[in-house]
Ligand binder design. Structure first.
Ligand code: BDP
Length: 724
C-alpha cells in the first residue's frame, strides 16, 4: 500500500509532464501556438474579427474547422464564428462566384490563371474598412488558401498589405508509401505503416485525417498507399473496400489515391495463365479490374508500377517492352480518367553496362510512344537516392513524354531517422541543375513543370517518411523533409532557405535568435552528411541490404552493381568510377557543354569528381591537397559539422521545452558517433589501397578496420523481409 502511494503520484506527474511534449511533435507544423506579441495579436484579431466563409462542401467544412481551431489556438479567441454575410466581414472567404461583385472588382485579378488549385489572398479596403479576401476557383483552392493564411500567421507575417497569388506549378504532387500489407515499411524508419488494414474499412483512425490535413497544408494531392514491390492482394475486393474507405476519408482534403499494381496480378489473383500485356484476356482482365476499382473510388488516381526492376515482374517476362506494359494499363484506365505512373528505375544484372546508364538507354528511345495518361517516374539521380548524385540524364531528354521526378524523403541512404539532414537542400540542388537540353537555363525544374517542353501532365513524387511513431517521422527534424518536399512540389523554384525558415517558425519558434542559427544548421546539414558518408562524388558504399552504415569493402553480392566495390573502384592507383569517354561514357547521356565539362576532371565540379573519374591518389585538388588528403579532410569536415550542429543545438535550449530539446540532443549524439564510424571505417579501408598517412587535422581512428567489417545488423530497420 505504502509503495503504491508513493509511486502513483510520481507516475502521474511523469505522464502529465511528458504528454504535452509528445503531442506537440505529433502536431507537426500545425500546432498553432498562441501568439504573445500584443501588436500582432491586435492586428490578427481585427483582421479576423468577423468572418464570412461561404460554402458547405466537405472540403469547406474541413477548411472552416481548421480555421476555427487555429484562430482559437493562436489568438486565444473563443469561439470563432463564421457566417455568410460579406457586407461587413473583415475576412471574406469564397470562390469567385460566391464573392459580391464589389469584392470581385476589388480583387482585380483574373482568377482564370489560378487553375483548379490556386488561390488569391488580398488585402483590400472596402467601405473604408480593411478587408482580407481569400478566393479561388474551387473549394480545394480555398482550403489551400486557408492553410497558407494560417501558415503566414504562424510565421507572424503582417497581412494588411498582402497580395498573394499562388497556384501549384506541378499537377501531381505525390507521396509514395513503401508500405507492405503486413504493416512493415520498406526503408521506413518511423515505426510501422499507418494503414491499419485489419481495422479498415470500418475503423477510420483519426490519424488518417491528421495525415490528410498535413498533406493538404503543403499542397500534396496524391498518394500511393502500398510498396512499389507490390502485393497483388491490394487489388482484390476485400482490400479495395478498405482502400475505398481511405479514399473517402482523404477526398475532402484533395488527396487522391493511387495503388501499386503488380504486373503479374492477372496470374496471381486473376486465375489467368499469363500476364502478357498483348494478350487479349490480360487486357480485358485489367480493364475489368479498373472498372471495379472506379466503382469503389470514382476519383481513383491510377496505378504506380515497378516492372522488370530488381526482380519485379513486367512486360519483358513476355518478350514485350515498357511501352507495351505501360500502355496496356493506361488503356484500361483511360475511360475513367486514370493514369499510369511507370517507374524508370531499371537496371539488369545481365547487362554489363554501367548501371548509371541503363535507364536512359532503355527509356529515351521510347520518347513519344507512351499514351497521354502515362507518366514516366524517374529518380532524381541515375543510381539510387544517394546523398549526392548529378541529376538523372533522362530529365530534359524525353521532350514528348510526361515525366515525374522521384525523390526519397525517407532517409535510406542518409542516416535513417537518426541523422538530422535537411533534404530540401538536396531537392533544390537537383531542381536547379541545368540540363542544357534546350540551351542554357534548361533546369530540371523547368523540364519537370512543363515550361521547357509541353507536357500533358507533370509530377513530383517523394517516397514517404511517415510511420506510426508518435512524431510521425522518427526524427522530429525529419518532419521538415516532408514539409519541404510538399512546398517544392507546389513550387519547384522555392529556395531551401525560405522553406527552412518557414518550417522552423511554424514548428518551433519565431525568435530570430532561434531561427537564424537553426536555419544555417539546416542548410549545411545536407553537406555534412555528404562529407561524412560520400564526399567528392563517392557513392553507394553503404553496407549491404539494410544500407545502415559504411560497407565499402562489400564485394561478394550476387549482382555486381549491388557491391560498393563496383562504385568506388579503389585500387593502388586511385579511386572513382570512370564514366568519361575513356570509361563507361555515361557523360554522353548529358547535353553539351556538360558532356565536355564532365569529361575532364579539371572542369568537373569537385562534388562530382569521383562520380565521373577514376583518379590517382596524388591527383591535385583545387585547394592544392592531394586527392587522398582531400578525401580524408572531407570526412573529418563532416564530423566537425555534426559537432557544430551539437554546439548550436545546445544554445537553443531556452527556446523549447526541455524534453523536446533533449530528444534532438540525444539523436545528434548518435549522429556524431555514426559520422565518426563512417569516417574511420572508410578511411581505414581506402588506406589499404592508398598506403598513405592520414593528413594533419584528421582524428586517428580508435578501432581497427576488422572491428568495422565485423559489425552486423540483422535487425536494422526498414529492410525488405525478402526479395521476391
Ligand atoms: C532501392 C531500395 C529498394 C527499393 C528500390 C526502388 O533499396 O528497397 O525497392 O530502391 O526504388 O533504393 O524500387
Amino acid at each position: 500500500m505504502a509503495i503504491k502511494n508513493t509511486i502513483l503520484p510520481f507516475v502521474f506527474l511523469f505522464l502529465i509532464g511528458a504528454y504535452p511534449q509528445a503531442t506537440t511533435d505529433y502536431d507537426l507544423w500545425l500546432s498553432y501556438p498562441e501568439i504573445e506579441d500584443e501588436n500582432l495579436l491586435e492586428h490578427y484579431r481585427s483582421q479576423t474579427s468577423t468572418i464570412a466563409f461561404t460554402g458547405t462542401s466537405a472540403t469547406i467544412q474541413v477548411a472552416k474547422k481548421e480555421l476555427q481551431m487555429a484562430l482559437e489556438k493562436m489568438l486565444g479567441k473563443t469561439p470563432v464564428k463564421m457566417d455568410t454575410d460579406q457586407s461587413n466581414a473583415a475576412l471574406v472567404i469564397g470562390t469567385k462566384h460566391q464573392l459580391t461583385s464589389a469584392l470581385q472588382g476589388m480583387l482585380a485579378i483574373d482568377l482564370k490563371h489560378l487553375g483548379n488549385e490556386g488561390f488569391v489572398l488580398k488585402a483590400v479596403v472596402h467601405k473604408e474598412k480593411n478587408v482580407l479576401v481569400l478566393s479561388a476557383n474551387s473549394d480545394i483552392g480555398l482550403l489551400y488558401g486557408v492553410f497558407r493564411l494560417l501558415e503566414l500567421m504562424g510565421q507572424h507575417r503582417p497581412l494588411d498589405q498582402i497580395t498573394l497569388v499562388d497556384a501549384p506549378k506541378i499537377d501531381l504532387r505525390m507521396l509514395n508509401h513503401w508500405d507492405n500489407l503486413d504493416r512493415t515499411v520498406e526503408r521506413g524508419y518511423a515505426g510501422f505503416s499507418i494503414w491499419n488494414w485489419q481495422k479498415l474499412p470500418e475503423y477510420i483512425d483519426p490519424r488518417y485525417l491528421d495525415y490528410a490535413r498535413a498533406n493538404a497544408s503543403i499542397g500534396i494531392n496524391a498518394i500511393s498507399l502500398t510498396n512499389v514491390n507490390a502485393n497483388a492482394l491490394i487489388l482484390t475486393p476485400i482490400y479495395l473496400e478498405k482502400v475505398q474507405a481511405l479514399a473517402n476519408a482523404f477526398r475532402p482534403y484533395g488527396v487522391k489515391i493511387f495503388l501499386t499494381a503488380r504486373f503479374s496480378a492477372p496470374l496471381e489473383i486473376g486465375g489467368l495463365g499469363t500476364a502478357d500485356p498483348l494478350d487479349q484476356n490480360v487486357r480485358e482482365w485489367w480493364a475489368t479490374k479498373a472498372s471495379e476499382i472506379y466503382a469503389h473510388i470514382p476519383d481513383f488516381g491510377g496505378f504506380l508500377v515497378k516492372a522488370n526492376s530488381e526482380g519485379q515482374p513486367g512486360p519483358q517476362n513476355y518478350g514485350r517492352n515498357h511501352v507495351d506494359g505501360a500502355n496496356m494499363l493506361a488503356k484500361a484506365l483511360e475511360p475513367h480518367g486514370g493514369r499510369v505512373i511507370w517507374r524508370a528505375f531499371v537496371y539488369s544484372e545481365h547487362d554489363a553496362e554501367d548501371r548509371a546508364k541503363q535507364a536512359y538507354s532503355e527509356f529515351v528511345p521510347y520518347d513519344g510512344q507512351f499514351m497521354d495518361n502515362v507518366l514516366v517516374q524517374t529518380k532524381n539521380g541515375p543510381i539510387d537516392f544517394q546523398p549526392r548524385e548529378p541529376f538523372h540524364p533522362m530529365f530534359g531528354a524525353m521532350p514528348k513524354t510526361s515525366q515525374a521526378i522521384e525523390f526519397q524523403i525517407t532517409q535510406e541512404y542518409l542516416g535513417f531517422s537518426t541523422h538530422l539532414v535537411f533534404l530540401p537542400k538536396l531537392f533544390e540542388e537537383v531542381l536547379d541543375a541545368d540540363t542544357y537540353s534546350k540551351g542554357e537555363g534548361s533546369t530540371v525544374a523547368k523540364a519537370m513543370d512543363g515550361s521547357l517542353y509541353d507536357k500533358k501532365v507533370t509530377g513530383m513524387v517523394g517516397v514517404a517518411n511517415v510511420g506510426t511513431d508518435l512524431n510521425w517521422t522518427g526524427h522530429p527534424f525529419a518532419q521538415a523533409n516532408w514539409y519541404g518536399f510538399g512546398r517544392l512540389a507546389w513550387d519547384p523554384y522555392l529556395d531551401a532557405e525560405t522553406i527552412a525558415e518557414e518550417w522552423l517558425r511554424l514548428t518551433y519558434s519565431n525568435e530570430a535568435s532561434f531561427v537564424e542559427p537553426m536555419k544555417e544548421l539546416l542548410i549545411y546539414s545536407r553537406e555534412a552528411v555528404v562529407n561524412y558518408m560520400n564526399p567528392l562524388g563517392l557513392h553507394h558504399i553503404f553496407d549491404t541490404g539494410h544500407h545502415y552504415g559504411p560497407g565499402p569493402w562489400v564485394s561478394e553480392l550476387g549482382r555486381p552493381e549491388w557491391n560498393p566495390t563496383y562504385y568506388h573502384n579503389a585500387d593502388e592507383h586511385g579511386i572513382g568510377f570512370n564514366r568519361t569517354s575513356t570509361g563507361s561514357n555515361a557523360i554522353a547521356q548529358y547535353a553539351e557543354p556538360l558532356r565536355s565539362r564532365w569529361n575532364d576532371p579539371s572542369t568537373t565540379p569537385e562534388k562530382y569528381l569521383l562520380w565521373f573519374h577514376h583518379l590517382p591518389w596524388d591527383y591535385t585538388l583545387k585547394d592544392g591537397h592531394t586527392l587522398w588528403d582531400g578525401i580524408a579532410l572531407k570526412y573529418q569536415e563532416g564530423v566537425d559539422q555534426v559537432a557544430d550542429m551539437i554546439a548550436t543545438w545546445e544554445k537553443m535550449a531556452p527556446y523549447l521545452a526541455k524534453e523536446r530539446h533533449h530528444e534532438v540532443a540525444m539523436l545528434l549524439q548518435i549522429q556524431l558517433k555514426e559520422a565518426k564510424w563512417w569516417r574511420d571505417a572508410c578511411l581505414m579501408y581506402f588506406q589499404t589501397f592508398s598506403k598513405r598517412e592520414l593528413p594533419n587535422g584528421v582524428e586517428k581512428p580508435i578501432h581497427t578496420l576488422e572491428h568495422f567489417k565485423a559489425l552486423k545488423f540483422p535487425f536494422a530497420p526498414g529492410i525488405r523481409p525478402q526479395w521476391d
